[in-house]
Structures are given as structure tokens and as C-alpha cells.
Design a protein around this ligand. Structure first.
Ligand SMILES: [Ca+2]
Ligand SMILES: [Ca+2]
Length: 350
């Protein structure tokens, strides 16, 4: 009886050991479940994660190790891809061959790798704890900045990224890693990438006059930018505001070059200036804008005449007064407005 109980107990122990072994093999070894793993909150992040940079300008992007649980770590490796069509990596060490980024020696002081692989468009920065003359190296248990990349915007683009290569638990040097202290395990759990908008900046200074008006303020004018000779605009701005002096200054995301530029002030015929050379600051005089387009379709015809009649002999205090029909700006719609319309009869805007 006792012998039989012993046999059962031994059998149970053996079964338990087999089960534990299976869990160890299929879970831990195969990389699925690792009950002994460091917290999965270790990360590598880029900062800032977003933003707008003007073409030709630079932005410093820091590569940060995050370690909120204070895990003991020895080194970090950042592998970051970028699109060289839009991004130039500014060389932080011109005395050295190739392109380097800036290593931050106050976090991981021992620089292991620092180079830009211009064949594969990757930035590699690796650094670790100092190697002591004797004894074990002292682990780092905080987060910090591994280094800084200075990027330069080469041309306009809505979105272009700096992307950290990440595969959880990978031991391949093509991926980012954080080495756990003295274990050889990659404990990197997450990454934070960055993407930026690059814009050209061309400042336009417009001047114009409005036929029949002394106060030239206008809202909602539409500016269209065309390649020279093209019929479809490459850029449209619908919210141009003109001040009482007939001036407007604003920035446009267009590369320096030659363009046809069209302006349509509400209720006036559109005008187009052709083959304008733009630089970082460009002044354009659109001259006098012709009045009478009451229905705002860029032609002056009987429909505008009809629109004027709906407000005929009305004053600004009357119901039915239409400021768009008050071509000679005197707060009443009468024969003088009609007369002004006739001067532009059957004209069409650009
Ligand atoms: Ca019209
Ligand atoms: Ca009038």
C-alpha cells in the first residue's frame, strides 16, 4: 500500500517535471512566453515625433531609450531608415570619413557604431556602458538619450518618416535592440517612429485695386498657381484676405520658379499674371479688378444685370439690398451702378 502511494507520488513528480520541461521548451525557448523576461516596457523613441520643416532648414531629432521600470541594461542599438529623396542626414563629424550623427556620451558613454549607410539609407547608432578595467560593467537602469540626428528637408512632401527597424526579440543587427545586463537578451519592447511635413515657403505680397471702390477690403479671394501655360492649377488658396489698402501678404508652399498666378476677388473679374518668377519673397501687382460680376461666375452678362435688378433702388438699410450689386460703392443701387456695369459688358475674367 505504502509502496503503491510512493509510486503514485513519484509518477506525479515525473509528470510535473515533464510538464515544466515542455512549458520551458515551447514557451521560453521558442520565444513565446518567457516568465523570466525583463519588463516589456523598454523602448526606443524618436523625438519630436512630428512637425513641419521648411525646405532647406534642419531639425534635430533625438533617439531616446525609455526604461520606466529601471531594468538593468548594457547597450542599445538604433537602426533607423529614411527616404533620401526628402531627407538629408547632416554630418555631425566632418573630420571623420562618412556621415555620423551625434552620440550622447553622458547616457551610454561607450560608442560602438555611428554611421549612415547611404547604400541602404539607414542610420546606425549603437552605444553601451563603459567596460571597466576589472570586474563586471555597471548596468544602466535609467532611460536617456542615445544621440541626435540632424535632418535637413530637401524638398516639399506631405509626410516623410524616420523609421526604427523593430522586431520583438530579434537578435539580428538589422533591427533595433536593447541588451539586458549580462544576459545577451534583446529586451526592446516597443518603438516610436517619427514623420514630418516639409514645405517650401514663398511669401507673396499682392497689390490690387477694385474698380468703383475706395475701401478695398475683400475676403475669400481665390488665388490659383499654375505651371506656365497649364490649365489646371497646381495650388489653390481660397482664403486670401485683402486689406483696405488693396494689399495681401501670405505664405505659399511652392518651390521657387516660374508660374502663372490667377486671382479672383468675389464679384470682380479674375486676372492672371503669367510667367511670374517667384523667390522666397515675391511682389505681384494685379492692377485694377473689373467690377460687375454680381453672380460671381467670372463673366458680365444679362444674369448680372438681372441680379442687379433684384436690388434695384435699394439702400443699404433696406431689406433686399445687395452689396455685390453696389458697384459704385455708395450704399444704394441705382443708375450709376448700372452705368459702371455697362463699361464691362460681355467681358470675361481670366
Ligand atoms: Ca456674372
Ligand atoms: Ca451704388
Amino acid at each position: 500500500m505504502k509502496k503503491k502511494q510512493m509510486t503514485i507520488i513519484i509518477a506525479l513528480i515525473v509528470l510535473l517535471l515533464i510538464t515544466a520541461g515542455a512549458i520551458y521548451y515551447w514557451g521560453f525557448k521558442k520565444g513565446g512566453i518567457n516568465p523570466f523576461a525583463a519588463p516589456a516596457d523598454l523602448g526606443i523613441s524618436l523625438s519630436p515625433t512630428s512637425g513641419t520643416v521648411l525646405v532647406g532648414n534642419t531639425l534635430d531629432v533625438s533617439i531616446n531609450v525609455t526604461n520606466p521600470s529601471g531594468t538593468a541594461i548594457d547597450a542599445a542599438s538604433a537602426v533607423i531608415s529614411y527616404d533620401p529623396t526628402y531627407i538629408e542626414i547632416v554630418d555631425a563629424d566632418v573630420a571623420k570619413a562618412g556621415i555620423q550623427v551625434t552620440h550622447n556620451a553622458t547616457y551610454f558613454p561607450n560608442l560602438i557604431s555611428n554611421f549612415v549607410d547611404t547604400t541602404n539609407n539607414k542610420i546606425i547608432l549603437e552605444a553601451g556602458v563603459d567596460l571597466p578595467a576589472s570586474g563586471d560593467p555597471v548596468a544602466k537602469t535609467t532611460g536617456g538619450t542615445l544621440g541626435t540626428i540632424k535632418i535637413k528637408a530637401k524638398q516639399s512632401v506631405a509626410s516623410t518618416g524616420l523609421t526604427l527597424a523593430f522586431q520583438a526579440g530579434s537578435t539580428n543587427f538589422n533591427y533595433c535592440m536593447i541588451a539586458e545586463h549580462l544576459t545577451g537578451n534583446n529586451v526592446l519592447g516597443s518603438i516610436v517612429n517619427a514623420s514630418y511635413t516639409f514645405n517650401y515657403q514663398t511669401t507673396l505680397n499682392l497689390t490690387l485695386s477694385l474698380q468703383g471702390k475706395t475701401s478695398l477690403a475683400a475676403d475669400g479671394a481665390k488665388l490659383e498657381v499654375y505651371s506656365v501655360g497649364a490649365t489646371t492649377p497646381t495650388l489653390t488658396k481660397n482664403d486670401v484676405t485683402i486689406n483696405t489698402a488693396g494689399q495681401s501678404t501670405f505664405n505659399l508652399n511652392i518651390a521657387p520658379g516660374n508660374y502663372d498666378i490667377k486671382l479672383k476677388v468675389p464679384y470682380f473679374l479674375a486676372t492672371k499674371k503669367t510667367n511670374i518668377t517667384t523667390t522666397s519673397s515675391t511682389s505681384i501687382d494685379f492692377g485694377q479688378q473689373l467690377t460687375g460680376d454680381i453672380n460671381n461666375d467670372n463673366m458680365i452678362n444679362i444674369l448680372d444685370y438681372s441680379a442687379m435688378l433684384t436690388a434695384w433702388r435699394k439702400q443699404s438699410s433696406d431689406a433686399g439690398y445687395n452689396a455685390a450689386a453696389d458697384l459704385k460703392q455708395d450704399n444704394q443701387i441705382n443708375i450709376l451702378d448700372y452705368s459702371m456695369m455697362v463699361t464691362n459688358w460681355r467681358k470675361q475674367g481670366a
